[in-house]
Design a binder for this molecule. Structure first.
Ligand code: SF4
Length: 577
């Protein structure tokens, strides 16, 4: 089975703007927050906002102080008159393109036109446009048949709901121009809707079936499904990956995946991931095993051992290996336990890794604690200083992660609210446990400058890896209330920082080698930077990478940076240490 994801899937400009504005208000803390009606027609977005303290009511008088948001679909003139209340700050999140349609309806109505709206009667946006177009004087039609049934009109003006199908509009226009020679019209179908529909039409000839992701109430999602249905293809309209029927879908070879304008990227990624899983089930269990390993954090253990082994061949010696193993077990355990804590209280109901971890919370927790216990046992065979550093690392993680137990979806506070604090803590812990502490406790042939260069390039590579993962899901992180570096710096600056983190290790190691501080196998660490660069290209080309492919693209760099120097030492210098 191959899965082609439409590039225009997911949040349109208007929905992204509205969600960003709500998140910005949450940050300012001007609560309580209430939306007059659903902000958008998507259950996951509404659920995530509710977890962040944004309620919803169909009655604006429920707002008692705080901030009242007006939904993206707009509101009627009568409703607008009722939202202004003393002590309530009103934030109008009506999409500007809907706002333009409302203004057009009002001006044409005032000019004496009989406004005909092509749209779904009862949809909030159509209710709003109709109220601006003179209320009962305006007509709502849903297709060419309704256009034929319109009464005689002397000065008709045709306009559309923003999410209408452009082909239906053309068909209606043909009928109305024939019936009303004096017709004036303007399509108010929004550009984003048109592009989404056109892309789907272009992809349909390649498809055996179409999966449409979006809220059941979403008009533009329903429109996408009907476009695919009209092309004679089987269509599966789902709100989440749980609604995919494996038995039915396994019969199709080419699946086109598209999504409505209010579908968050993490939901699209999960649906795509599930479809790829079905594909994986068709080719065997290997993919399932890799997925379990990566989503359960088990790959951290061999990655840390590989990086530790590389450190040992470049700046240390064979005596480091018990310490490396103890450190790798501790990193695996602490990082895993942090994931369990974070997943348990994450307010985003759809993240793939969170769902995986929550489903297997007990066995994973037992594995992580067992690894930590093994790490402590190993440390008994190492100098006492190692045990002291290990205890310090555990204490640091506990101080950072344990507050998650009581946060229950609240925005991060204390150190956790510092953008990138998690990434910096994890990156420096890796450098400490796989290089600096083994050197301090067990010594090595290299001098402190070499160890400093090698450790710094490890931190930078790990920061680059974290930045890459954060860049993949800016939207999901924003909904979660995470304070990541890309959310603080913005995409462009974060990308510049990512490339700096990917390039600097190469410069540092090349410098260390040129100055005779690092041996030639150290140059093998370039593989980590190359992997990161390739991973970035891969992920940027794919707007909805599955969690698994994102982690392979990012975490593969750790394996590359560890294994290649180690192998280079064996192959080119015929020595392990
Ligand atoms: S689909 Fe178009 S009109 Fe509707 S919210 Fe998005 S950008 Fe605005």
């Amino acid at each position: 089975m191959s899965v082609v994801v439409a590039r225009t899937s997911g949040f349109c400009w208007g929905v992204r703007r509205a969600v960003d504005m709500v998140l910005a208000e949450i940050k300012k803390g001007r609560g309580p927050f209430l939306v007059f009606g659903p902000l958008v027609h998507n259950p996951q977005v509404l659920g995530a906002l509710e977890e962040r303290g944004v309620g919803m009511s169909m009655d604006p008088s429920d707002a008692e102080g705080g901030t009242l948001f007006i939904r993206t679909h707009g509101i009627t003139l009568e409703e607008r008159a009722s939202v202004e209340r003393p002590g309530v700050s009103v934030r109008d999140l009506t999409c500007p393109r809907v706002g333009r349609a409302l203004a057009l309806a009002r001006s044409r109505s005032r000019e004496g036109y009989e406004v005909v709206i092509l749209g779904d009667e009862g949809h909030q946006e159509v209710r709003a446009i109709r109220s601006y177009a003179g209320g009962e004087k305006a007509f709502v039609i849903s297709g060419p048949g309704d256009a034929e049934d319109l009464p005689r009109l002397s000065k008709p003006f045709l306009m559309t709901q923003t999410t209408q199908d452009s082909e239906v509009f053309e068909a209606v226009l043909e009928v109305m121009r024939r019936r009303f020679p004096a017709l004036e019209w303007e399509s108010t179908i929004c550009e984003s809707t048109g592009m989404r529909q056109n892309e789907l039409r272009r992809l349909l000839p390649k498809a055996d079936c179409v999966v449409v992701v979006g809220g059941r109430e979403s008009a533009n999602t329903a429109r996408l499904a009907s476009i695919a249905r009209e092309a004679g293809l089987p269509v599966f309209q789902v709100e989440s990956q749980d609604e995919l029927d494996p038995k039915t879908l396994k019969g199709f070879r080419k699946v086109v995946l598209t999504a409505g304008a209010s579908t968050p990227s993490w939901v699209i990624r999960r649906v795509r991931g599930r479809l790829l899983e079905l594909q994986g089930e068709n080719v065997g269990r290997a993919l399932g095993a890799v997925r379990t390993m990566v989503l359960g954090n088990f790959h951290v253990l061999p990655a840390a051992v590989a990086m530790g082994a590389a450190s040992a061949v470049v700046v240390g010696n064979a005596a480091w290996m018990p310490a490396i193993l103890s450190g790798a077990l501790a990193l695996f355990a602490l990082q895993g336990l942090h994931t369990v804590l974070e997943a348990g209280f994450s307010p985003t109901p759809g993240e793939e890794r969170r769902a995986f971890v929550v489903r297997r919370r007990n066995p994973l927790t037992i594995s992580y604690f067992s690894a930590l216990a093994l790490s402590v046992v190993l440390s008994a065979f190492l100098p006492p200083l190692w045990g002291a550093f290990l205890a310090g690392a555990v204490g640091l993680f506990a101080a950072y992660s344990l507050p998650l137990l009581h946060s229950s979806g609240a925005p991060p506070s204390g150190v956790r609210s510092v953008p990138g604090s998690r990434d910096l803590l994890f990156s420096s812990s890796w450098a400490l446990l796989v290089c600096i502490v083994p050197y301090l406790t067990l010594g090595g042939p290299a001098g402190p400058p070499a160890v400093a260069i090698w450790s710094l390039q490890l931190v930078l590579l790990l920061m680059g890896r974290s930045l890459l993962l954060d860049l993949v899901d800016l939207q999901g992180d924003a909904m979660l209330g995470r304070d990541t570096i890309p959310l603080t710096l913005g995409r462009r600056r974060s990308e510049a920082l990512f490339w700096t983190c990917a390039a600097l290790p190469v410069i540092l190691v090349a410098f260390g080698f040129a100055r005779g501080l690092l041996p030639a196998p150290g140059l093998g660490s370039f593989a980590g930077s190359l992997w990161l660069a390739a991973g970035y290209r891969l992920l940027i080309r794919n707007p909805f990478p599955s969690e698994l492919s994102a982690r392979l693209a990012a975490d593969g760099s750790l394996f590359a940076a560890g294994i290649v120097p180690f192998l280079a030492s064996i192959i080119f210098e015929a020595r392990v240490f």
